[in-house]
Write a protein that binds this ligand. Structure first.
Ligand SMILES: [Zn+2]
Length: 482
């Protein structure tokens, strides 16, 4: 039994209250008035001058991008997808583990205790690769939902007219790389599920058919059925870029969400990543199905994807999570930062202040909202019986001086530097600003070695990407503008 005493606790109402928190067997055993627990036989943690908040939940990330930070300035989603094989190719299992571990270590250090990870491998997800990522989360001590990212059409096949617009020689090379047929992909995913070594309440599997038109309808329906059969969550990038929304009527004669609705994919375990270009009908369909959206404002800004309307999502009754996206488009995986951006971006379109996303709404999305999107129960609140995923913030950090309103100062001021300790499932993962689960020096050495080796190994793919870049950029810009 652990007693965290004398902290200022961020209660489920998001008000700061002087309470003591008892933790036992990974769960919050009780929340009681300060000083009311007497007796011995427990570890007492002095949390005076600290705030205790629920750990943040990251609604969307990609483990394979842990080695890609800093590489993609001035890329939009389409030119990034074109360039990405030049970075993520030829990885060993150890590289896949390493890439995931870098991300998990950074998230945990910055107060994020759970995340939805759409992990990509090419040409199909493998049981060994997904396990390498799951093991990385387990090593870091973090909670996660891991969705193997899947497709049965390549980027060049998925966008109508793109392949035809490429010069013949480049077209041939671009079309050479093909995803596995979807039945092979699904039997590989069956193996992932069969071999799963982790407690679903800590690290759970999910499905990630990446983008609607990158998957055939037969594939999407098969994913739907597998998810239903196994009770799995399913996350997809939907209407992330303007191009995705623009091609939907050409391919389906309707919006992406209307198409997914017709295929009966939408339900309470379905999670949209991004949702920048949703309209009210889309939001209503998703809300009626009880689905979630991971709002990823930082990535949407970096890739120039646009501004998702979180207020409209909330107004329709959608469950909203907040995500960073992968380190290629969200280089610092800082869940505090994206929470702040979610607030700020709701204020730039001329909405009256009463429609702006408030600090408390952002906090709810980044905690309970995220937990629901990931499919974890009793996660994201400091309340008796809920999971003990907790963050201690140093109220001596200057963004809390003076302390006027804890919730507001967390959202508008915290940048991760105030995170002093992090507990996940009752276990300290960060203590006194030190990450206890990962040797960051060794991680740095391994990452530098891997990046150097992979840069050489992927030189050819990178060169192809560079040749294709202007054609892809030009064609996709034209398609998006219409
Ligand atoms: Zn993504």
């Amino acid at each position: 039994m652990i007693l965290i005493q004398d902290a200022l606790v961020l209660a489920p109402s998001f008000e700061a209250q002087p309470l003591d928190v008892l933790v036992d067997k990974g769960t919050i055993a009780d929340v009681v008035p300060r000083g009311s627990v007497k007796g011995e036989g427990m570890e007492r943690v002095d949390a005076a001058n600290r705030a205790l908040m629920p750990g943040l939940v990251n609604g969307h990330n990609h483990a394979q991008t842990g080695l890609s930070k800093g590489l993609f300035d001035r890329y939009n989603l389409e030119t990034y997808l074109n360039a990405q094989p030049g970075v993520t190719g030829r990885r060993t299992l150890e590289d896949k583990h390493l890439s995931a571990l870098i991300g998990a270590a950074e998230m945990v250090r910055k107060g994020c205790t759970a995340g939805y990870d759409m992990f990509g491998e090419f040409p199909l997800p493998t049981a060994e690769g997904v396990e390498a990522v799951a093991r990385a989360y387990a090593d870091a001590g973090m909670r996660a939902a891991i969705a193997p990212m899947m497709a049965d059409r390549s980027f060049y096949q998925a966008i109508p007219g793109l392949a035809e617009a490429l010069p013949p020689e480049l077209r041939e090379q671009a079309l050479k790389a093909k995803y596995a047929p979807y039945k092979e992909t699904l039997s590989s995913v069956e193996r992932v599920l069969h071999d799963w070594k982790h407690d679903h309440d800590v690290i759970r599997p999910a499905l990630g058919p990446t983008i609607p038109h990158h998957c055939s309808d037969e594939f999407l329906v098969a994913c739907r059925d597998l998810a239903a059969e196994r009770g799995l969550g399913l996350q997809m990038h939907v209407a992330e870029s303007k191009l995705q929304a623009a091609v939907a009527p050409k391919i389906y004669g309707k919006s992406l969400v209307a198409h997914l609705h017709e295929l009966k994919l939408l339900n309470e375990k379905f999670c949209v990543a991004h949702g920048v270009w949703l309209d009210d009908d889309d939001r209503k369909r998703l809300a009626d199905a009880g689905a979630s959206v991971s709002h990823n404002p930082g990535s949407n800004l970096k890739l120039g994807s646009g501004i998702a309307d979180m207020r409209a999502m909330l107004a329709h009754g959608l469950n909203v999570a907040i995500g960073t996206d992968g380190a290629a488009s969200s280089d610092n995986l800082n869940a505090f930062e994206v929470m702040r951006l979610a607030c700020y971006l709701s204020r730039v379109k001329g909405n009256p202040p009463e429609l702006w996303v408030s600090a408390r709404e952002a906090l709810r999305a980044a905690t309970e909202g995220g937990a629901r999107a990931l499919g974890f129960e009793r996660l994201g609140r400091i309340e008796k019986g809920w999971k003990a995923d907790l963050v201690l913030l140093d109220l001596g950090a200057l963004h809390y001086v003076p302390l006027n309103d804890l919730a507001s100062q967390i959202v508008f001021g915290e940048d991760g530097t105030g995170v002093e300790s992090v507990m996940i499932g009752g276990r300290w993962v960060v203590r006194d600003r030190k990450l206890l689960t990962v040797d960051c020096e060794a991680l740095k050495r391994k990452a530098e070695e891997a990046v150097e080796r992979l840069r050489v190994a992927n030189a050819e793919a990178r060169a192809l990407g560079e040749k294709l870049h202007p054609y892809v950029g030009h064609f996709c810009a034209g398609l998006s503008a219409r």
